[in-house]
Structure formats: C-alpha cells, structure tokens
Design a protein around this ligand. Structure first.
Ligand code: BES
Ligand code: MN
Ligand code: MN
Length: 464
C-alpha cells in the first residue's frame, strides 16, 4: 500500500492535468449540439482506462451514447469490484452566471475549499469523481498491488435518465458479474466530517401543458372573458401543496416508508448547522413539511417541485397578450416503497381532474427512477467505512442523500448486486449550477481512499 500511495504522490500534478483535459470536453448529454463532444469524451475515457492498465477496453454502442467498459481480472477466485460512473454532464446554462468558462477549468479558492477547487461543469458531478477511480486503479496497477478484480462501466447518459443502461445490463449480466458496485457520485458532510451515502431518492419527472384559447389574444379585447392558461396553471400548481407543505395528490403518501423514531433521531444527530445552511443559501428561513427537520425533509420525505415554468411574452418591454398556452416542468423526489410509475399516474390523473373546463391539460412523463437504500451491515459498506476512517482519521457517518441515481436500484434488480456510495463531493460544490467546482483536497482524498477500499474489501472477504 505504501508503494501505491507513493505513486499517487509522485504523479499528483499529472493526475490533475489529465482531469482538466477531460473537463475541457463539453459532454452535455441533454443537448444534441454537443453530440461529437460527448462521443469524444467516451473515447478519452476509454483511452485513459487502457493507459491505466485495463484489459478488454471498449466503447459499447447503445441507442444513445456509448458505455465505456474495461476490466482487470487478476484471479477469478478473488472478489470483483464493479466501478460505475458517468462521463456526461448537465448543460452549463445560465452561462452568464459563470465566473469562468464552464469548459475552461480554472483552480481557485472556494467556500469549504481553502486549498483550492477546480471550477468547471462536471468537476464534481461526475468527471472528477469518476476519474479518481481511474487514477487509483492506475496507481494500484503500477505499484503491482491490485488486490481485487475490477470492472469499469462508465456511461454517458446519466444526466438524461440512463435509458440505455438497463437493456445493456440485462444483455451483459455475465460480463458485469461482480460482488459490489462502487460509485463515487455523491457527497460527504464536510472535509472534516466524512460520510457515506446510504440512501437515494427516486424520481418522477413530468411536463405539463395547459391550453386555453386556440391562439394568443389581445389582453384588452379578450381579457376577462376567457381563461388565461398562465393564471390557471399557477392556481393548479399552487393547489398541489397544502399549508403544511404536504402534497395534495390523493394516494401520494400511500406507500411512503415510515422511518422509525430511533433512525430519525440518529439522522438528526449528524452535524448540521441550520444557520450556516441559511446563510450559505441567502435565505432568512427554511421551509418544508411540518414536523420534519431540514435533514429529514431533504432525504426521507418526498417532494414536488416546479423546475421550470413558461408561457406568454417574456421579451423586452411589455406586450399586452393573453397567451394560448402555459407550460411547467415538475419533479417529484420519491422515497423507499414509492413507485415512480404509480406516482406519475396519480399525478396525471389528479392534475387533469383539477383543471377547469375552460382549459385543456396535457401531461407528458419524462424519465424517472426508483429510490434506493443500501445496507450498512455488510462487508461492502464496512470496507468503505474502514477506508475513509484510514484517510480522514475519522469514522464516516452513514447518511441518506436527497438526490437520485436511478441505476442503483437497477443494479440490484437486474444484476443482483448491491452498491456502495462512497462519494467525495460537498453539497456546496454547486453541481447542476453555475460555477460547479470540486476541491483539490477531495480529488486527491478520493484517489488515496479508493485503494484502501480494495485492500479492506479483500481482507474482509478473506475472513468470511
Ligand atoms: N450525482 C447526481 C446525484 C446526486 C448528487 C446524488 C448528490 C446525491 C448527492 C446525479 O448525477 C444526478 O444529478 N442525478 C439526477 C437524476 C437523473 C435521473 C437526471 C438528479 O438527482 O437530479
Ligand atoms: Mn452524477
Ligand atoms: Mn448530476
């Protein structure tokens, strides 16, 4: 292990340069304008895997972007780790709010990162975190100290719902056979307080369209006489929550997992400062479902949020117009036992039922995903705990996260493999936002910790 860590120290600068090169390719999976770049990124990752020492590296074609695969099997009798990550990123907009180019990485100080952070789209989510695994693997290979078999599956469609990953997994069960899926695509509490994510929320995402008159109208000539779809949509959306911030859709809470008192108490013992939270977000007060703490609201409780709303005239100056249509995109974060298909159906039926007869409503479902919880009483989890304790000098706290990685549930369903979410980002790293960044401390800490995971995992498995 000493040799592995020495190799990392010796190649620190190059490890960073390589990540910066990776961040320069704008792999935005949502926007077809970036198609060539997303494909170039797959090539970059495949080459990097090959150079690091992986065998059988290939870019597996799908109906969308390729899945990069590579492996190193040292002994079939040893445990196998399947590393999952994604090379695609979210769109950079609103671009004018970036202090430096989203695909022109710069290193500077940031909140929580006194030693500096890399500013670029994908720095934390997930190029920076995914690349740590390639560099840790390279170090173990070069130091001739790879303790386990490893398989890499790096996809390019995570940010758009991973639609082609399920068919790929179903077709390649043998190829992907492993003992654990190791993922770094989540966060820790802070650089001084390590944690391991043990739960993810599911997702149901819908778009709604409300149509009033068959064309835009003069808001004076017709105003007052017909329904304005923006007014109607606003009212409909407002009615989706009650005064206690509970969601007003019949049946929405029916399957929600009830978390026990003890577990809730433990959750709320995790270090969390509400004042710092509010200050960082520039808000005077938090808001959410009554009788739940902020930690609970953002992890074990489901949500419904408008992600975007538009319609009518939004250009310069005033145009007196009564629009024909209004739209909104709505996300619902789901918790264990809630089924995204069922929730989407409940939403659509309810939303149509509350529409006044003066408008037509269309609901279009987008991607969704199942929630997931991962065990803490397994060798797989224990290895992560030991590895982080070794490099942070502190035992990590298990914590449920609020985000979604739909493939975690899928891996369990299709491949029968449990995941470990050993992420190294911070919630304040602005993923999906302008000025996304990833701490240098976090990048290197990840690279140092991952080899210990392999080491302890093998050790624990041998004791069995
Ligand atoms: N890495 C994130 C998920 C995440 C971030 C989980 C931080 C926990 C903590 C992932 O790339 C992501 O953004 N997922 C999407 C879902 C997907 C279906 C578009 C999300 O959560 O919005
Ligand atoms: Mn991610
Ligand atoms: Mn993301």
């Amino acid at each position: 292990m000493e040799n592995v860590q020495n190799y990392i120290t010796e190649h620190r600068d190059r490890f960073l340069e390589e990540l910066l090169d990776l961040l320069r390719i704008p792999s935005v999976s949502a926007d077809p304008a970036y198609q060539k770049d997303v494909e170039a990124t797959a090539k970059f990752v495949a080459q990097a895997l090959r150079k690091a020492g992986a065998d059988k590296v290939e870019r597996c074609p799908t109906k969308g972007y390729p899945i990069v695969y590579g492996e190193k099997i040292i002994d079939p009798a040893l445990p196998t780790i399947l590393v999952y990550g994604h090379y695609d990123v979210q769109p950079p907009d609103p671009i004018e709010l970036w202090e430096s180019g989203p695909f022109d990485p710069v290193i500077k100080k940031a909140k929580g990162h006194p030693k500096g952070a890399i500013f670029a789209r994908g720095a934390c989510d997930d190029k920076g975190q995914m690349y740590m695994h390639l560099k840790a693997f390279e170090a173990m290979m070069k130091a001739k100290a790879l303790p386990c078999n490893v398989k890499f599956m790096i996809e390019g469609e995570e940010e758009v719902g991973s639609e082609n990953l399920a068919p790929f997994c179903k077709k390649n069960k043998k190829k992907l056979a492993a003992d654990v899926v190791l993922i770094s695509d989540t966060s820790i509490i802070s650089n001084k307080v390590p944690s391991i994510t043990v739960g993810l929320r599911g997702l149901s995402y819908v778009e709604v369209e409300v149509t009033g008159p068959n064309r835009d109208l003069h808001s004076g000539v017709y105003g007052g006489g017909v329904a304005n779809p923006i007014n109607v949509l606003s009212q409909m959306i407002a009615s989706l929550h009650d005064k206690r911030c509970r969601i007003n859709i019949p049946g929405f809470y029916e399957d929600v997992e009830v978390v026990g008192k003890k577990e809730r108490q433990q959750m709320n013992e995790a270090p969390f400062n509400l004042n710092t939270y509010k200050r960082n977000l520039g808000i005077k007060e938090v808001d959410g479902e009554r009788h739940y703490s902020t930690i609970e609201r953002t992890s074990i409780r489901p949500t419904l949020d408008v992600n975007g709303i538009w319609g009518g005239y939004i250009g310069e100056g005033a145009k007196t117009v009564l629009p024909s249509k209004a739209y909104a995109k709505i996300s619902m974060r789901l918790v264990p036992n809630q089924d995204p298909h069922k929730i989407t159906k409940l939403f659509a039926a309810h939303f149509k039922s509350i529409a006044p007869p003066s408008v037509k409503v269309k609901v279009t479902p987008h991607h969704g995903g199942d929630p997931a919880v991962t065990p803490t009483d397994s060798d797989e989890y224990r290895a992560a705990e030991m590895a982080m304790e070794k490099t942070f000098g502190k035992k990590p706290i298990p914590q449920r996260g609020g985000g979604s990685i739909p493939i975690v549930a899928l891996f369990e369903k299709v491949l029968g493999i449990k995941s470990v979410l050993m992420g190294f980002g911070l919630d304040s790293d602005a993923i999906h936002s302008p000025n996304e960044h990833y701490g240098l401390f976090n990048y290197y800490k990840g690279i140092e910790t991952i080899p210990y995971y392999y080491h302890y995992y093998r050790e624990l498995k041998e004791k069995e």
